[in-house]
Ligand binder design. Structure first.
Ligand code: SF4
Length: 364
């Protein structure tokens, strides 16, 4: 069982072999202009993404939608940028964006009040989404708070008719002591994903949900329920993609709930730079050993930051990889360069923050 509320580490190969997620690399060649995270294997898996390809290739002009929820429970970190990068790519490809703010989830699963959730959503999430380059003011972008969307809540209630406690227990591990609001949260999320297909939003259409692999239980439940309600709503089962997690600077998963692991988007450029300098590398015990044997970029947080976020050029990245493996590039130099790139990235982000926050305040 995958628990979407736990921060367990995941075995990506097992997800592909055991849980029926397909390898993204098998369909990559069919996408005309794949985004960086796809080409670099950060997006490693999918369900039914074949159906989305004609839209992103712009061979089909009909509407498609992209759903990406944000749970306002804490601070955004650099790993969350991956989601925004994907949304930007879909926005360029003409997708309608539907961005629910999961305040019912933060209330039901984490006990956070609705007002606090709204504040965090504006100041932390929406402001950063905009500063990172996503245009949330376009007509085909829908941003909403779950608790304030009547159609969503009606849909969640209708969907609840065809699921039961045993099913939820087998998917999420719920127990008799789980609160009813927590139990209900997944149904609201299912409704979030299916909302773009109801008549008020133009009826059935293809939808893609880009998520971390821990969110697959919600996708599976949504696909099951879309089948159960097909005759009533004409739902098309949503497609999904799965991305790897960014490793934290101490080596485990980067997590907002473990501040020592994370570079937060609201850190100052200097703080971000300093954190990069403390990150775990794939370097050897001694300089001599590294010169002789080379480093291990495949197990290096610094290299991961370059791959996921800081270097666009594949050539440049390949050179760093090869120089590391051959022992000609050493960790001190590599870290200093990465810290500098990160500082620059944070300086650019800081320049956009004030204006982004003003826009964010107008969205809810
Ligand atoms: Fe990582 Fe760079 Fe050291 Fe290689 S040289 S292990 S990529 S920090």
């Amino acid at each position: 069982m995958i628990d979407p509320w736990a921060s367990s580490s995941l075995d990506y190969d097992k997800l592909i072999n055991k849980f029926g997620i397909k390898k993204f690399s098998d369909i990559l060649g069919k996408i005309n202009d794949p985004m960086l995270l796809m080409k670099r294997g950060v997006i490693f898996g999918h369900r039914d993404f074949d159906k989305i390809i004609p839209y992103v290739n712009q061979e089909k002009q009909k509407d498609f939608a992209v759903v990406s929820g944000m749970m306002p429970s804490g601070k955004m970190h650099i790993g969350h940028k991956m989601v925004v990068d994907q949304l930007k790519w879909y926005q360029e490809k003409g997708g309608n964006l539907s961005l629910p703010i999961a305040d019912m989830e933060s209330y039901g699963a984490r006990g956070m009040g609705f007002e606090e959730a709204k504040e965090i959503a504006i100041n932390e999430y929406l402001a950063n989404y905009i500063a990172l380059g996503l245009d949330l003011t376009k007509d085909n972008v829908l941003v909403y708070l779950q608790s304030q969307h009547t159609l969503l809540k009606d849909l969640a209630f209708e969907l609840s008719k065809k699921t039961n406690f045993n099913e939820m227990k087998s998917i999420y591990g719920f127990t008799p002591s789980t609160s009813i609001s927590h139990l209900y949260v997944p149904l609201v999320q299912v409704a979030d994903i299916l909302l773009p297909q109801i008549a008020e939003y133009g009826g059935p259409k293809n939808v893609v949900v880009p998520v971390g692999a821990d969110q697959d239980p919600h996708i599976k439940l949504t696909r099951d329920l879309s089948d159960k309600f097909k005759s009533q709503f004409g739902f098309i089962p949503p497609s999904s993609t799965y991305h790897r997690f960014l490793t934290g600077i101490t080596g485990g998963k980067m997590s907002s709930s473990k501040p020592k692991t994370a570079i937060f988007l609201n850190d100052t450029p200097e703080e971000a730079e300093k954190k990069v300098k403390t990150a775990k590398t794939g370097g050897r015990e001694s300089l001599e050993e590294q010169k002789k044997l080379g480093g291990c970029p495949d197990h290096c947080v610094i290299y991961e930051l370059l791959v996921y976020h800081l270097i666009d050029s594949d050539e440049e990245l390949k050179k760093i990889y090869n120089d590391c493996k051959s022992g000609t590039l050493l960790c001190g130099e590599c870290k200093a360069k990465t810290a500098e790139l990160m500082k620059k990235f944070y300086e650019d982000l800081a320049d956009k923050k004030e204006e982004s926050l003003e826009i964010a305040k107008t969205l809810l």
